[in-house]
Write a protein that binds this ligand. Structure first.
Ligand code: AMP
Length: 450
């Protein structure tokens, strides 16, 4: 049998450079399913592989699963070469920080996602703070400590209890917004007691800011960038934004907190200086720059950078993006956004609600069958997050956040009504979701209110 020919890139009738025909998305969450779904519907894309994907991935039109873990750089590189993959999109931060994009680029593959050098924007809070201070990017005052004694001495210098942040990747659990000095001391002790492993070898203490939060995403080719609509997510488990923090219980976009002028301000104040500072460090950053902002009375301040799409913001944003997405990500991967078609963005409202397993964000139930189906279509999508598929085809819950239901409409009330109606169609034992996602932008009261 002859080995399969690498798929030829598809020609573009408008004379634009061809988009990718074969794409690998790395990761196994709702974010990666949303990326796979959005890329598979771009003209010219023949196959999107998702590695390792989850229970929902095989049901996405145009998507196929590759059972290779995101940590297996060798296996992923070999699979890409064997299949003639034109573009790799890396979803999660951990493989990026571990150098997966570097490993794949070493084989000549086009990768959307920064190398380990650029991923430090997320993988080290201190590194990111240094970059921001040097580049004059607005961010909370901070100090860095490598021992508990040093951190406690630093604590004295804050007038109000600071935010305590483990330096490294801690799966969203390394930040404590301390309400009192005692709480700050306890958080410091926890970091140095090894709660976050190597991620807690040092910490950052940061002035506590206040204001609404909004996420801004730039797709960068290392020199230029395209901005996506701002999004807002809901981190807390409980309605009314109460209870412990989670990975995100829902989101909506575009967040009206930042209008076009506000977004342009963020580009000039935050994103362009960040990219310039990365370039000054010799970093060719090809991927997402995600700026988590707090809109304070003194203007936007950066509270974190991430080196990848947010989850569930990605699920929320993908349905708004046009069919040029695959070509745009490929152009970023090639370091030449100027050759890409302009990315069209629908001016509609997108709403995403997460269905989590009982117990989330603590210990969760697993292995419950997911019943029902949603008649997804142009305005309604279902992305599995924490699920796995049995040989029989039945999907079982397999994580904290199980499903993301996303809907679009001309206004947020209609978009959320559509998403919640979709959610009614699926069920698993212990299903948990917030009914008030997007309360900031909904005029009709959430469904559980009179
Ligand atoms: P991070 O992982 O850095 O995004 O922090 C997680 C959450 O902690 C953010 O979404 C904020 O709600 C909160 N947070 C982080 N830094 C600060 C800060 N300097 N002031 C107030 N809240 C913060």
């Amino acid at each position: 049998m002859p080995s399969p020919e690498p798929s030829a890139p598809s020609p573009d009738p408008a004379g634009l450079p061809p988009g990718p025909a074969s794409i690998l998305v790395v990761g196994g969450g709702g974010r990666e399913n949303a990326l796979g779904w959005a890329l598979a519907r771009c003209p010219g894309v023949e196959t999107v592989w998702i590695a390792p994907g989850n229970g929902g991935s095989p049901s996405l039109p145009g998507c196929e699963v590759l059972p290779i873990p995101e940590s297996d750089g060798e296996g992923l590189a070999a699979a890409c070469l064997e299949r003639g993959v034109d573009l790799v999109v890396v979803g999660p931060e951990a493989p990026l920080a571990a150098g997966l994009a570097d490993r794949l680029r070493a084989d000549g593959l086009a990768v959307f996602g920064p190398g380990a050098d650029g991923a430090r924007l997320e993988a080290s809070k201190q590194w990111a703070k240094d970059l921001m201070v040097e580049a004059g990017i607005p961010t909370a005052r901070h100090g860095h400590a490598t021992s508990e004694a040093q951190a406690l001495a630093l604590l004295e210098r804050f007038e109000r209890p600071p935010v305590v942040k483990a330096d490294g990747l801690a799966a969203g659990k390394g930040v404590t917004v301390a309400a009192s000095l005692e709480e700050a001391r306890a958080a410091i002790a926890e970091v140095f007691a090894g709660r976050f492993g190597a991620a807690g070898a040092s910490l950052v203490l940061e002035e506590c800011l206040s204001g609404p939060e909004v996420s801004v995403f730039a797709l960068s080719d290392g020199q230029r960038m395209v901005l996506l609509p701002p999004a807002q997510d809901h981190k807390r488990i409980g309605e009314g934004d109460t209870g412990p923090n989670t990975g995100g219980m829902g989101a909506y976009a575009p967040a009206p907190l930042l209008d076009a002028a506000g977004l342009e301000g963020v580009r000039q104040l935050v994103l362009e200086p960040t990219l310039a500072a990365l370039q000054e460090r010799g970093i060719d950053y090809r991927g997402v720059i995600y700026a988590g902002l707090m809109l304070t009375p003194d203007g936007p301040q950066v509270i974190e950078f991430n080196c990848r799409f947010g989850d569930p913001e990605c699920e929320t944003l993908m349905p708004l993006l046009g069919p040029e997405l695959a070509a745009v990500l490929l152009a970023c991967a090639h370091g030449d956004l100027s050759s890409a078609p302009a990315l069209t963005i629908q001016s509609r409202c997108s709403a995403c609600v997460i269905a989590a397993a009982a117990g989330y964000p603590g210990e969760v139930r697993r292995g419950d069958p997911i019943h029902g189906s949603i008649s997804t279509g142009a305005d309604l999508q279902l992305f599995h997050a924490g699920s796995r598929r049995e040989a029989s085809g039945i999907c079982l819950t397999a994580g904290g956040r199980v499903l993301a239901v996303v809907a679009q409409a001309d206004d947020f009330d209609s978009a959320f009504a559509r998403a919640y109606a979709g959610l009614e169609q699926v069920h698993f034992e212990g299903i948990t979701y917030r009914r008030d996602i997007g309360h900031q932008v909904r005029r009709r009261p959430p469904l559980n209110e009179p």
